[in-house]
Write a protein that binds this ligand. Sequence first.
Ligand code: PEP
Length: 249
Amino acid sequence: MRRTIVAANWKMNGSVDLVRDLVGGVNSGLATLENAVEVVIIPPALFFRDVQARVEIDRIALGVQNVSQWQAGAYTGELSARMVRDLGGAYVLVGHSERRQLFGEDDSVVAAKLAQVLASGLTAILCVGETLAEREAGAAQQVVSAQIRTALAAVQGDSWNQIVIAYEPVWAIGTGKTATADDAQAMHQMMRGLLAELDAPAEQISLLYGGSVKPDNAAALFAQPDIDGGLIGGASLVAEDFVSICQSA
Ligand code: PEP
């Protein structure tokens, strides 16, 4: 059975005070949660330890937003996948569109980072998605499929268990615009078919949707047969909203 996952990408937001309040709110909100959702908190790496010390709920795992494409060495400012593993992290975002667009991460960098994550025994949340221009040109599925093929070209065997994919249309991230449940489902169905073509255990791989998921649209998205949860940006910074999204999963 594939897992239902709701992951919180805090991006470059937060403070020591926010960590205390937000994790406190999430702890109390999730204490009585009755579904089986796995929750992942992905704070800025500087707050990783603080979040870890405050989390009180077993179903919450931790992740980071980025790691280096190199294993170790003279790469000032970088953080390695091994360090994340060492600290008890479980997930790493790879290929988020903000990394691709603002930090020039192309498909080969994404693939190299993914390889580091897998080699360290962590789970990669591979983010893929088309821009508005690509969608309007009718190329959305082609773009997403190419991103998946390149990033996952070297994955084989048991490593597929360490892969989660988040479909995040770039035009929906932080904009308040969400893909319709039908459009998101169509993309997820295509992705699952592609995974089968790549000889992956497609039915076992969790496929998340991300892009302006809020308490009022989460349930419709998560009800789709190929949507196994969400990657949540803005709404994950408000404990009540994030907990409500987790309840919808
Ligand atoms: C994200 O950053 O991955 C994201 C989906 O952001 P938002 O929910 O704010 O659109």
